[in-house]
Write a protein that binds this ligand. Structure first.
Ligand code: IMP
Ligand code: MG
Length: 179
C-alpha cells in the first residue's frame, strides 16, 4: 500500500506568502547584501523561490547538517556533513531552513555561526511547528505556522521521498510503498 497523503498548503498560497516575506526582507536589508545560507536538503525549493524575489544584492552558500534520529524525530545531536564554502565574518547572514520543529538543529547552528562573527544573523523558515518546540528558538521570518503533523513536499521529505512536490502536504497514513 502507498502512503496516504493530503494537501495542506497549496502552491499558490506558498508563493504568495513567500513574496510577502521577500518584500519584508527587501525592506529590512535595503542598502545591504544578504548572504543566504540554505540548510540542505530541505531548504532548496524555498531558498530558490525566496531568492528569486529578493531585489537587494544576494550571495548564497549551503550547509548540510544531519541530526541523528529516526525518520520523524531529530535527536539534538547535530553533525555537519558539509560546511559553508565561504566564511561569514562581517556578512549579513540569513539562515534559510525548511522547518523549525523541536528547534534543536537551529539552536546548535545559530550558536555555531554566531561564533564566526557575522555582521548580523537571522533565521528565515518556511514552516514552524511551535507546539513541538523543545529549545527556545524563534525565527525572524516565518512563512507559515503548521499544526503538529508530519509534513512533506516543497523540499521536505519522508524517507527522502516527496521533496519534489510543489505544495506542502502531510502524511496521513504510512504505507509500505512511496510514490
Ligand atoms: P528540529 O531539530 O527538531 O527542529 O528538526 C529540524 C529538522 O527535522 C528539519 O530541518 C527537517 O529536516 C526535519 N523535520 C522536522 N519536522 C518535519 C516534518 O514534519 N516533515 C519533514 N521533516 C521534518
Ligand atoms: Mg532540514
Amino acid at each position: 500500500m502507498k502512503d496516504k497523503t493530503s494537501v495542506m498548503i497549496p502552491q499558490e498560497k506558498l508563493e504568495a506568502r513567500i513574496q510577502e516575506v521577500a518584500d519584508q526582507i527587501n525592506k529590512d536589508y535595503a542598502g545591504k547584501t544578504v548572504h543566504l545560507i540554505g540548510i540542505l536538503k530541505g531548504s532548496v525549493m524555498f531558498l530558490a523561490e525566496l531568492a528569486k524575489r529578493l531585489t537587494v544584492p544576494v550571495t548564497m552558500d549551503f550547509m548540510s547538517v544531519s541530526s541523528y534520529g529516526d525518520a520523524m524525530e531529530s535527536s539534538g545531536i547535530v553533525r555537519i556533513s558539509k560546511d559553508t564554502d565561504e566564511g561569514i565574518e562581517n556578512k549579513d547572514v540569513i539562515i534559510v531552513e525548511d522547518i523549525v520543529d523541536s528547534g534543536r538543529t537551529l539552536s546548535y547552528l545559530l550558536e555555531l555561526l554566531q561564533k564566526r562573527k557575522p555582521a548580523s544573523l537571522k533565521l528565515c523558515t518556511l514552516l514552524d511547528k511551535p507546539s513541538r518546540r523543545v529549545v527556545d528558538i524563534k525565527a525572524d521570518y516565518t512563512c507559515f505556522e503548521v499544526e503538529d503533523k508530519f509534513v512533506i513536499g516543497f523540499g521536505l521529505d519522508y524517507l527522502q521521498h516527496y521533496r519534489n512536490l510543489s505544495y506542502i502536504g502531510c502524511v496521513e497514513e504510512i504505507g509500505d510503498e512511496r510514490e
